[in-house]
Design a protein around this ligand. Structure first.
Ligand code: NAP
Length: 475
C-alpha cells in the first residue's frame, strides 16, 4: 500500500471521528462553537486526504484552487455579513448547496463515467439526482419564503397540489426506472427536471409556523443526497458523513414536530400551520377591542416589587438585539432579591436553539434558561412575566381554540401568571400571521416599543427607583 493511500485512510478515519465528536458537541450550547470548528477540521482533513490520494495534474490543481478560493471567499463574506436573524435563510441556502453538489456529482458521473457501471452505482445515481434536486429546489423555495420573497399561492392550498405532486412523483419514478438502461440520455434529464419541480411543489404550500420543520427536513435530505453521492463516486467518507447529517437532520425534524405537536405527514401533506399567512410577520392590527397598554415606568413599578420574574424571549428580541440590555435588567432585579428565569420555547425565534444562542451571547447563566415543560407548571406562582418580542409561542388559543391554526402546538402558558407585560412595537401578528388572545386578557398590559428601547427604559426607571442600590430583603 502506497504512503498516499495510507495517509488517505488515516485522514478518512480522523475525519469521521472528528465529525462524530463535532455532532456530539453541537448538542450543548457551551461546546457548540468548538464542535463547529471540529466538524470544519474534519471536512478539511477529508478533502486534503482525498486530494493527496489522487495523482492530479497541474491543471486540475489549478481548477481546485480557483474553486476553493471562490467558495471560501463566498463563505467568509456570508459568515461576516449575515445577521443572526437571517440564519434560517442561510441554513436553507447551505442545504440547497449541499443538494446541488450531490446532484451535479451524480449527473457528471451519469454523463461521463456510467458506461459499464453496475446496478448499485446506477441506482445510487438515481437516488442522488432525485434527492439532490428536491433538496436544492425545495431549499431555494424555503429561503425565498423565509425572506418574504415568495408567497404561498392559493392553488397550493387546494387538492390540485396533490395532483401536481403525484404526477411529478410518477414522472420521477418512470425516469428512475428508465435511467439504468440509458444513463446519459433522456431519463436523466426528465429525472432532473421532475425532481426539481417536485421539490418546489412540496415546499411551496408549506408556510406559517411549519417552516422550521421543513428546514430541518431539507437538512436531512441534503445528508441523504450526499450519502447517495458517496455510493456514486465510491467514497466511504461521503457515505458516512452524509448518513450522519441525514440522521441528525431527521432527529431534529422529529424534535421540531414534537415541539409543535405536528406529525411529519401533516406538515408535508396537510394544510399549512398558520395558513397561507405572509411568512415573517405582518398581520392585522385590527380586531383587538380590549387592549390595555402601559408605559415602561408602570412596568418598572411592578418589577420593583416582584419576587419571581420570568422573561419570555422571542424573535423580536433577536431583531432588536436587546439581549445585553435584558441581561442588565435581570442583574438589577436579582440584586433586588427577585428570582429571575427565562422561558425557552423550542421554536421561538427563527431557528432551533435561536434563543439559547442569543442569550448565551449576553452570558445569561445557562441554568436560568428553562425549557417549556419545566417552566409551564411554575407560571401560576410567577409574579411578573415579560414577553419580549414573542408572539406565537405564547398564544393561548393554541390550547383552547380548535379553530386556531396553532391549535395543538404546545405553548408557554404565560396566561397563568399573575401579571403579564408584552413588549412589542405594535399589535401586529407574529410568524403564523394570526391574532393573539393573550393581548386581551385582563392580566396583560402591552408595552409598545422596540424591545431594546423598552428594556433600556426599564433599566433607567428601576435605577431611578433605587433598585440595585438596596440590599435585598432576606427571605
Ligand atoms: P413571532 O411569533 O414571529 O413574533 C415575533 C414578534 O416580535 C412579532 O409579533 C413582532 O411584533 C415582534 N417584534 C419584531 N421586532 C421587534 C422589535 N424590534 N422589538 C420588539 N418586538 C419586535 O415570534 P416567536 O413567538 O418567537 O415565534 C416564532 C415563530 O416562528 C413560530 O411561529 C415558529 O413556528 C416560527 N419559526 C420558528 C423557527 C425556529 O426554528 N425557531 C423557524 C422558522 C419559523 P411587532 O411587529 O408588533 O413588533
Amino acid at each position: 500500500m502506497s504512503t498516499a493511500t495510507l495517509f488517505s485512510y488515516a485522514s478518512d478515519l480522523g475525519a469521521v471521528l472528528l465529525l462524530a465528536l463535532g455532532l456530539k458537541g453541537l448538542s450543548k450550547v457551551r461546546s457548540a462553537r468548538s464542535a463547529n470548528g471540529l466538524a470544519a477540521l474534519a471536512m478539511g482533513l477529508a478533502v486534503v486526504g482525498l486530494l493527496i490520494q489522487q495523482s492530479l495534474s497541474l491543471e486540475a490543481w489549478l481548477w481546485i484552487g480557483v474553486g476553493t478560493a471562490i467558495g471560501g471567499l463566498a463563505g467568509v463574506i456570508t459568515a461576516q455579513r449575515v445577521p443572526m436573524t437571517a440564519m434560517p435563510e442561510t441554513v436553507a441556502l447551505f442545504n440547497g448547496c449541499g443538494g446541488m453538489a450531490s446532484l451535479l456529482v451524480a449527473v457528471a458521473v451519469a454523463l461521463f463515467q456510467s458506461s459499464g457501471a453496475d446496478l448499485v452505482a446506477l441506482i445510487s445515481i438515481v437516488i442522488s439526482v432525485f434527492v439532490g434536486a428536491i433538496t436544492f429546489s425545495g431549499s431555494v423555495v424555503a429561503m425565498g419564503k423565509l425572506q418574504g420573497w415568495i408567497a404561498t399561492p392559493g392553488w397550493t392550498q387546494s387538492q390540485l397540489r396533490h395532483a401536481v405532486n403525484i404526477s411529478l412523483a410518477v414522472a420521477c419514478l418512470v425516469a428512475g426506472i428508465g435511467l439504468p438502461s440509458d444513463p446519459a440520455g433522456l431519463p436523466l434529464w426528465i429525472l432532473v427536471v421532475a425532481s426539481s419541480l417536485l421539490g418546489i411543489g412540496v415546499t411551496l404550500p408549506i408556510g406559517g409556523a411549519d417552516m422550521p420543520v421543513v428546514i430541518s427536513l431539507l437538512n436531512s435530505y441534503s445528508g441523504v443526497a450526499a450519502a447517495a453521492a458517496g455510493f456514486v463516486v465510491g467514497s466511504q467518507l461521503l457515505i458516512v458523513a452524509g448518513a450522519m447529517v441525514g440522521a441528525a437532520g431527521l432527529i431534529l425534524t422529529q424534535v421540531m414536530c414534537t415541539a409543535m405537536n405536528r406529525s411529519l405527514v401533516s406538515v408535508l401533506f396537510g394544510g399549512a400551520l398558520g395558513g397561507a399567512a405572509p411568512v415573517g410577520g405582518g398581520g392585522d392590527e385590527a380586531g383587538y377591542t380590549r387592549i390595555t397598554s402601559c408605559s415602561p415606568e408602570e412596568c418598572a413599578m411592578a418589577l420593583e416589587t416582584a419576587e419571581r420574574v420570568v422573561f419570555v424571549p422571542g424573535y423580536g428580541l433577536a431583531v432588536a438585539q436587546a439581549q445585553h440590555t435584558l441581561r442588565e435588567l435581570a442583574k438589577l432585579l436579582e440584586a433586588n432579591g427577585a428570582e429571575v428565569s427565562y422561558a425557552i420555547h423550542p421554536v421561538a425565534g427563527r431557528m432551533p436553539g435561536h434563543m439559547n444562542v442569543l442569550l448565551a451571547e449576553a452570558d445569561v447563566p445557562y441554568e436560568q434558561l428553562l425549557e417549556m415543560d419545566t417552566i409551564n407548571p411554575d407560571f401560576p406562582r410567577t409574579d411578573v412575566v415579560i414577553v419580549l418580542g414573542a408572539n406565537d409561542v405564547v398564544n393561548p388559543d393554541a390550547k383552547s381554540d380548535p379553530t386556531s391554526p396553532l391549535f395543538g402546538m404546545p405553548v408557554l402558558e404565560v396566561d397563568q401568571a399573575r401579571q403579564v407585560f408584552v413588549v412589542k412595537r405594535s399589535l401586529g401578528a407574529g410568524y403564523a400571521g394570526i391574532k393573539n388572545a393573550l393581548f386581551e386578557l385582563p392580566q396583560t398590559a402591552m408595552v409598545f416599543g422596540d424591545a431594546k428601547a423598552v428594556l433600556a427604559g426599564l433599566v433607567s426607571e428601576l435605577r431611578e427607583l433605587g433598585v440595585g442600590k438596596k440590599t435585598p430583603t432576606a427571605v
